[in-house]
Design a protein around this ligand. Sequence first.
Ligand code: NAX
Length: 332
Amino acid sequence: MSPAPVRVAVTGAAGQIGYALLPRIASGQMFGPDTPVILNLIELPIEAAMSALQGVGMELEDGAYPLLHDLVMTSDLAEGFGDCDWALLVGSKPRGPGMERNDLIKENGPIFVGQGKAINDHAHKSCRVAVVGNPCNTNALIAMHNAPDLPRENFSAMTRLDENRAKAQLSCKAQAFPITAVTNVTIWGNHSATQFPDFENARIQGKPGREAIDDPEWLENGFIKTVQQRGAAIIKARGSSSAFSAASALIDHVVSLTTKTPDGDSHSVAVCSDGSYGVPEGLISSFPILADGAGGYSIRQGLPISDFARAKIDASVAELQAERDVIKELLG
Ligand code: NAX
């Protein structure tokens, strides 16, 4: 007998990440090859967005995916989040020309108040929420505060794309292939230009980053900047922001939270801090995460943090605190 379907709500479903993500969910890459899925696709209540969503829906039908048991397309949050097991919050307003990060935070914050409340009232209480729409850490914080009936540990924001980008850079620099030679890559802090991709605790063919790559200048400057600025570099080259790599990272994010983490490794997920590694309790900050394969996870403990790393982590956490101050009236 096949398992019960997983009902997955996806906001921003007609956007470019949505377009790369939905066929992969429908074909079983997020919840496994035996688990049926029901997709609740949510878009803005404007004609262009709903029309684009209808088109995406037609393509999903035409994909004839055996695991896709039902499809809901709506701009109504109560319907969209109704009975969902997972909520993937991808949609948000993009940063406009000349817009400061704080303006973006203020623009997008209210979206996550409404979505948090709708999840609280209409989703299963066990629903798990993954936020991609930027600024994703702070948006996740807002959604979490507005959904007080759900456990805090059910909320996460995506830093997996940053982890994957960091792995790719380390793999190329060390000429360590395939990329599975690189493990234990933690992104600390915010999904922003202050994030710290931790090359010191990373392992490359089993060796710590500083041993495997004898180029401290590159590690401490070039590598960190490349990872922090990768999104901007892709926009410059492609004319639009990362899409299929972001969708792929979201698949990895959910798979890493729902399947047991391989021994000796961990993955980056921004979750509600319990005070680990000196990150103030209650902030949604990226940590190394260990999943138990039964739905639970913990923050990996005991990683050594050098003075160099400490300063980088503290700077990113300070940014998260400043973002929280900007939207504090949205936290209820
Ligand atoms: P697009 O502009 O292509 O699509 C966004 C979609 O969201 C649009 O169809 C829009 O109508 C919809 N939308 C906007 N507000 C909505 C709301 N309140 N409810 C439902 N739908 C809504 O953007 P896309 O490239 O798909 O990126 C989506 C988000 O991901 C952006 O905020 C982007 O900044 C963020 N990203 C986050 C990443 C991460 O690593 N956490 C990396 C990739 C990406 O930059």
